[in-house]
Design a protein around this ligand. Structure first.
Ligand SMILES: Cc1ncc(COP(=O)(O)O)c(C=O)c1O
Length: 383
């Protein structure tokens, strides 16, 4: 390995949500979705250079930024994006809010596959729309779309938009081309627009392949950012990619109405260093995450036999079935936080019904920390 993901980086005392919001200093936080690793050296160097300049006024987004985005998706995913399809904004959640505002009317229904990333619920409601959940079907150690239910919900005359998460947080699914095609065919048949949140798209485990929705059809909106993949979420930059000129104009307008059209100098620099110079770091990161996932699975298999780890195809957020314990997951997670000093998220954050019985881990931490957290959980539940 060229990069040392085992290096223990101290994040306490850096205004870090994940570590500094802990109720006590001895908690191992495996919750909010950022990573405990330093960024790729090229990103850190580019940021250092920018800091050296010492002037941080308003910014333009240069042509080289767009070239970096276009080249990345061409090289890595054979997706041909044109320069004028790209709209930048401050992050993916603001992007999502603008897209929903632009493409729906208040009172309409937005379909999601549930469980779902918690901001899907809030963003839909904040824009005056109704959340319509199509629950994923548990099949063995993974999940599938219930296409009968999905089609019935698309056929609801109030459903105008489908908000997809690809790869899917929190189930860990990386949707196949066939699945995506089927989702699109159904949406198209019922006049439902597809908006795909692809923020986790580079976090792909062996044997799986990320398929950008933009390679299924031009008739969609994709939201993306290097933030999850390269651990730059605090730098606040994201892109909305939309070929449809009418939708794009409305989204651009919503970005202005929501006042999220100004980005900061560090995001612009970090995105280019990530996409242009950090591919090898990303590939090693994925190997390391896969190693952590193996550790999690082995440990749970041997020591927590009531728990079942769902298959992780993408993201660093394994979804663990703890339903056999027969305890509400909010109670279980509170106990783990207070007694084991391990912070994991209850599945109910991602769907009060569909997330019950599940816990979401964040394994993007140093392996020694993950192992320590697992030992603490075992000692707490099976002393
Ligand atoms: C699916 C998904 N979309 C968006 C976000 C947040 O994106 P941002 O920080 O760019 O707003 C997350 C964070 O966990 C996520 O999982």
């Amino acid at each position: 390995m060229k990069y040392n993901f085992d290096e223990l980086v101290e994040r306490r005392g850096t205004n870090c949500v994940k570590w500094d919001e802990s109720p006590s200093a001895d908690v191992i936080p495996l919750w909010v979705a950022d990573m405990d690793f330093r960024v790729a050296p090229a990103i850190q160097r580019a940021l250092q250079q920018r800091v050296e300049h010492g002037v941080f006024g308003y910014n333009i987004v240069p042509e080289s930024y767009y070239e970096a985005v276009i080249s990345w998706f061409h090289r890595r995913h054979q997706w041909e994006i044109q320069r004028h399809w790209i709209l930048y904004t401050t992050a993916v959640v603001p992007a999502m809010s603008c897209v929903i505002k632009a493409l729906t009317m208040p009172g309409e229904k937005v379909l999601i596959l549930s469980p779902a990333y918690n901001c899907f619920f809030s963003s839909i409601k904040n824009n005056g729309c109704e959340v319509l959940e199509s629950p994923l079907k548990p099949i063995g150690d993974t999940f599938e779309v219930d296409f009968i239910d999905f089609e019935a919900k698309c056929a609801d005359e109030k459903t105008t938009l489908f908000l997809l998460c690809n790869p899917h947080n929190p189930s860990g699914r990386v949707w196949t081309r066939e699945e995506l095609q089927r989702m699109y065919d159904i949406c198209q048949k019922h006049g439902v627009k597809v908006v795909s949140d692809e923020i986790h798209c580079e976090l792909i485990m062996p044997g799986h392949k990320f398929v950008p929705f933009g390679t299924i059809t031009d008739d969609c909106v994709v939201m993306n950012s290097p933030s999850k993949n390269f651990n730059t979420a605090g730098l606040q930059i994201a892109n909305i990619i939309c070929k449809h000129p009418g939708w794009r104009r409305r989204i651009d307008r919503a970005i202005n109405i929501n006042e999220v059209c100004d980005v900061n100098p560090f995001g612009i620099v970090a995105l280019q260093a990530a996409y242009n110079e950090s591919e090898d770091w990303l590939d090693e990161l994925n190997q390391y995450l896969w190693g952590n996932y193996q550790v999690l699975c082995d440990f749970i298999d041997k020591n927590l036999p009531q728990w079942k780890v769902c298959r992780l195809e993408g993201t660093y957020l394994p979804w663990v079935d703890v339903s056999a314990m027969g305890i509400p997951v909010d109670t279980l997670c509170q106990r783990l936080l207070q007694e084991a000093k391990v912070w994991v998220n209850p599945g109910t954050m991602y769907g009060p019904q569909t997330g019950q019985g599940y816990v979401r881990f964040n394994i993007a931490t140093q392996r020694s920390r993950l192992i320590e957290a697992l030992h603490r959980i075992k000692a707490c539940l099976f002393p």
